[in-house]
Design a protein around this ligand. Structure first.
Ligand code: PDD
Length: 293
């Protein structure tokens, strides 16, 4: 089935959809984006993704391309036209089109808006049942990882290194030894005291929408959780390690580089959280409320 993309006011077959070579997304990564999971033909945490998009736009001073209701209507149309039951939608907003020059264009330009859809989301359940291997790699990204910009070269190179090492993800660590997150997911451990730990919000990490939902599920389940940095060494010797993200859900990690985590099988807490998150996804997409902003 050919995909339909929304590009600056028009729905087009994806193979015909184009951006101007002067779109600032192409030359400066002067753009932000969101990826939302579609389940039961409806979005998971739609309002939270739109809120983060608004925050990213504000952080780099790009005007909203349209209202939240307008964006929602286009997202729905993309899901419907592409008949996506389970998959993802991608929303990208750039500063717009202008002759190449580093500063913001002096004249007001219209932000560029692209929304595309994709069938299929995340790895299979059997991958999650076995748990995955990750590699550890220095975090070589810029200082504002909280802004979801399309400037992803550090993430791309880290993920490529993971693929070449036959690993699922790359765990990123700073020179001080603290793990920030992974190339496209947030990182968590369960420490020796049974406390679930993840990096606090701040410029070092993307505030994952899944991270927030999983924090809520953790608290509702009565687990102990702390938002504080943990080191790579603490991750290597943790009881459990796992990742969260729109396309990963909750993913148990059973190996970092050559070192096996605990006894090499997914831990009970992350298996329980994966089950709870799956139930949340099912339940939250089962009604019209999924599209509420
Ligand atoms: N990435 N950290 C980074 C660096 C990410 O790129 C992502 C998501 C996350 C998890 O955020 P969320 O739970 O909101 O998906 C954390 C998306 C999926 C991507 O770039 O494709």
């Amino acid at each position: 089935m050919s995909h339909i993309a929304y590009v600056n006011g028009r729905y087009l077959p994806q193979r015909l959809a184009q951006l101007s070579i002067d779109d600032r997304a192409t030359q400066f990564a002067d753009a932000v984006y969101e990826v939302t999971c579609i389940w039961n033909c409806a979005p998971v945490d739609h309002a939270a993704h739109l809120a983060r998009l608004a925050r990213s736009l504000e952080a780099i001073r790009i005007a909203a391309p349209c209202s939240a209701a307008g964006l929602t209507a286009i997202c729905r149309e993309v899901v419907e036209r592409n008949r996506i039951e389970r998959g993802t939608i991608y929303i990208q907003v750039s500063r717009g089109v202008a002759p190449r020059a580093h500063p913001f264009p002096a004249d007001m330009i219209r932000p560029g808006l692209v929304i595309t859809g994709k069938h299929g989301v995340g790895p299979s359940e059997s991958v999650a049942d076995q748990g995955v291997k990750v590699i550890a790699i220095p975090d070589a990204r810029w200082g504002r990882c909280d802004i979801k910009t399309t400037g992803l070269l550090g993430n791309v190179l880290a993920r490529q290194a993971a693929v070449e090492a036959k690993a699922f993800e790359a765990l990123l660590y700073r020179p001080d030894g603290f793990v920030t997150e992974a190339s496209a997911s947030n990182a968590w451990i369960v420490d020796a005291d049974g406390i679930i730990v993840t990096h606090p919000l701040g410029p070092e990490i993307l505030g994952g929408v899944t991270r927030t939902t999983v924090l809520n599920l953790i608290r509702a389940a009565g687990y102990k959780v702390e938002e504080r940095p943990f080191t790579l060494e603490q991750a290597r010797t943790a009881r459990e390690v796992f990742l969260t993200g729109t396309t990963t859900f909750v993913m148990p990690v059973v190996q970092i580089d050559a070192g096996v985590i605990a006894n090499g099988v997914p831990g009970t807490i992350c298996r329980d959280l994966r089950r709870r998150y799956r139930a949340y996804v099912e339940q939250s997409t089962a009604s019209e409320a999924a599209w509420a902003t």
